[in-house]
Write a protein that binds this ligand. Sequence first.
Ligand code: HEC
Ligand code: HEC
Length: 279
Amino acid sequence: MKITSLLPLAFSIATVAGFVTAGEDSTLTIEGEVFVTKAAAPAHLENVDEIFSGWTFRLDETQALQMDDFDNPAFVFVDQALDQFEMVEGSAGKACSSCHDSAEVFSGLRASMPRVNSAGELETIPELINNCRTERMGAEKWKWSGGQMSAMLGLIGLQSRGMPVEVAIDGPAASFWEKGKELYYMRVGQLDMACSSCHEDNYGNMIRADHLSQGQINGFPTYRLKNAKLNTIHGRFKGCMKNIRATPFKEGSDEFKALELYVASRANGLSVETPSVRN
Ligand code: HEC
Ligand code: HEC
């Protein structure tokens, strides 16, 4: 039994019997492809034996939306990004497609990001995209969680759908990963909670009307029924920090990038599900 009494009343958490069996019964298949939604925890995880995709915790109706690309509302945005890919913008008179044959060239990228580049910097996909826009197209940056960026992230992530998440945490990534881990376990905000308070200590339990997941990011950007749009990883981190009444870090900040690397590594072995559907 998990300890729930220490949590603030505002976030009273109720245990639910039988979550794991429910999770084990459901299999995510899309167009005949079977996805890994639960797996043995990667070796670096100390307090969890098994990892689960957020899909596992959603209601049948929500799960079903992700199992058919025609029903999955995220594909409206993926289609927009396909058009955007061909669109000439900026002073160099180029489109993404002027240099990248098609989005398919990005196959595998989503599964291994974020990563450390040759300059020793931790880089994320939004930064790679904006770098092409400002340095190679002479175009304006896109906002981190703006509509165009989220859609392009959906299109690029889709090219890795079904591949196992496999981010590097050693070598030059180690110091970023350590920083991300520290942030994951750091209690913050008026409610004095850490990411781990909910997503490690209490996954499978109910928080208000919501079934708590492990807070994995293998499905991002994710279409949320709540706001009817694609949501970015840093956008979601921000929302969770606001919910515990902490001052969130900025999207694209070093803190969120490190946290992204750490959280991504907690899903090493699960399938990329981009673009996923959640509530
Ligand atoms: C003028 C040419 C050019 C244009 C236009 C361009 N890119 Fe790039 N892009 C590059 C080059 C060169 C690289 C680095 C080498 C590589 O990975 O292909 C790159 C790298 C990338 C990467 C990282 C790929 C990887 O595997 O590391 C992404 C993602 C990307 N571009 C997306 C885009 C998007 C989206 C657009 C349109 C908004 C765009 N690019 C426009 C030339 C361009
Ligand atoms: C008070 C509890 C609580 C805390 C603390 C919390 N979250 Fe969440 N988080 C939720 C709830 C509730 C949801 C929506 C249901 C779910 O997917 O777990 C959620 C969802 C998420 C998701 C989406 C998962 C998916 O499959 O789409 C991610 C990612 C996430 N949280 C990351 C974090 C990170 C990182 C932190 C720490 C900065 C954090 N959360 C702190 C309650 C919390």
